[in-house]
Design a protein around this ligand. Structure first.
Ligand SMILES: C[S@@+](CC[C@H](N)C(=O)[O-])C[C@H]1O[C@@H](n2cnc3c(N)ncnc32)[C@H](O)[C@@H]1O
Ligand code: SF4
Ligand code: SF4
Length: 330
């Protein structure tokens, strides 16, 4: 029987990045289309449709070869019997078409485009305005209004001029879930405005438990501002997650992780994430990112201390895999 494939991510995602729209969030080399504009929305849809149809016909696009998200269909009946069959609407929109930020984390993967320039006032994306494109996507009816999940990444939304208007258009169209990743330096009143009206997930990367370490990582002296904002966010009906990326030689010690967890306990935050800096060149040895032995002690301590305070100690699946393998690429 003829092989047919599908990819859940492709069926769901429109990922607006700086120079391209990606059709998935899995990899930077996944299928994409060049710089978008409202006029180009038809082409974005056309390419998406053709990718979904290709997989359904058993043809794997070059960009999807060997991807772990590519699945062979068990029941190999064609999804699209005719060229007029409806294509699934997108239900995950990722907003990362801007790279400006009001700090400059030493680990940040996005900063290569913004050249580490710290931006304090809201400004337009250096690449394109997303709002007219989203309006056009709604007009073209390719967004699933009942199931839409929007992830704001970036850059930092606190310095994106379109942030509030984008939230408004998604809210007006019944968005199911809004996830905002931010550094927490500037308070975002929009979060309080939509809290309780839709599911809001705010995830703040603080990466430290004190002012000194915060400054070394984020390169701005704004630890106290983040604390004040966390105290406001924690009172809202939202899912608030605090995040700590282990950075070699700076916050990779039990003392700092202890301070971070004590801080969460003091403020009343009950969700935490511990991650590993993916860009640390010092991990590289013979082409592999080796995980140092003492990182295992940090994760062990983290889990035990969080349990003591009833804090959910989340560790992402891919971080667990890296720890199991002992390296990033093995
Ligand atoms: C680029 S940031 C943009 C959103 C927001 N400015 C923030 O910091 O949360 C998106 C996510 O990528 C994570 N990130 C950035 N660089 C990373 C790295 N080198 N290793 C692991 N995670 C990283 C950040 O912690 C953040 O959660
Ligand atoms: S198969 Fe992989 S690369 Fe292709 S669209 Fe899906 S997630 Fe992206
Ligand atoms: S706050 Fe986010 S976007 Fe800004 S530098 Fe840090 S990780 Fe990058």
């Amino acid at each position: 029987m003829k092989k047919r494939y599908y990819c859940k991510r492709l069926n769901e995602t429109l990922n607006f990045d700086a120079l391209k729209v990606f059709y998935c969030c899995a990899t930077r080399t996944g299928p994409s289309i060049d710089v978008p504009s409202p006029k180009n929305v038809k082409n974005i849809i056309k390419k998406r449709n053709s990718l979904i149809r290709m997989l359904d016909k058993g043809i794997v696009p070059k960009e999807c070869e060997d991807c772990f998200d590519l699945h062979e269909k068990e029941n190999a009946k064609p999804l699209f019997l005719s060229a007029f069959e409806k294509i699934p609407k997108a239900n995950l929109i990722i907003v990362k078409h801007f790279k400006q930020c009001d700090c400059s984390c030493i680990y940040c993967c996005e900063q290569y485009l913004s050249k580490r320039k710290i931006v304090l006032k809201s400004k337009k994306s250096d690449y394109y305005d997303l709002l007219p494109i989203i309006e056009e996507c709604y007009r073209q009816d390719i967004i699933d209004k009942k199931e839409l999940d929007v992830h704001f990444q970036g850059g930092n939304v606190s310095v994106l001029d379109e942030f509030e208007s984008l939230v408004d258009i998604f809210m007006k169209n019944g968005v199911k879930r809004v996830e905002i990743a931010t550094n927490g330096i500037k308070y975002l009143p929009k979060i309080a405005e939509i809290a309780g009206k839709t599911f809001v997930d705010v995830n703040i990367s603080i990466d430290s438990g004190c002012k000194e370490t915060f400054k070394k990582i984020k390169t701005v002296d704004k630890f106290e501002d983040v604390i004040q904002n966390l105290k406001k966010y924690v009172k809202l009906p939202i899912l608030l997650r605090l995040k700590y990326i282990i950075v070699r030689g700076i916050n990779d010690n039990i003392d700092e992780i202890n301070k971070y967890i004590e801080l969460m306990h003091e403020i009343g935050i009950t969700n935490s994430e511990l991650m590993i800096d993916q860009c640390d060149n010092e991990f590289i040895s013979e082409g592999e990112f080796k995980i140092p032995d003492y990182y295992y002690d940090l994760f062990k301590f983290y889990k035990e201390k969080c349990t003591q305070y009833n804090i959910k100690a989340n560790i992402w699946e891919y971080v667990k895999e890296i720890l199991d393998k002992g390296s990033f690429f093995k």
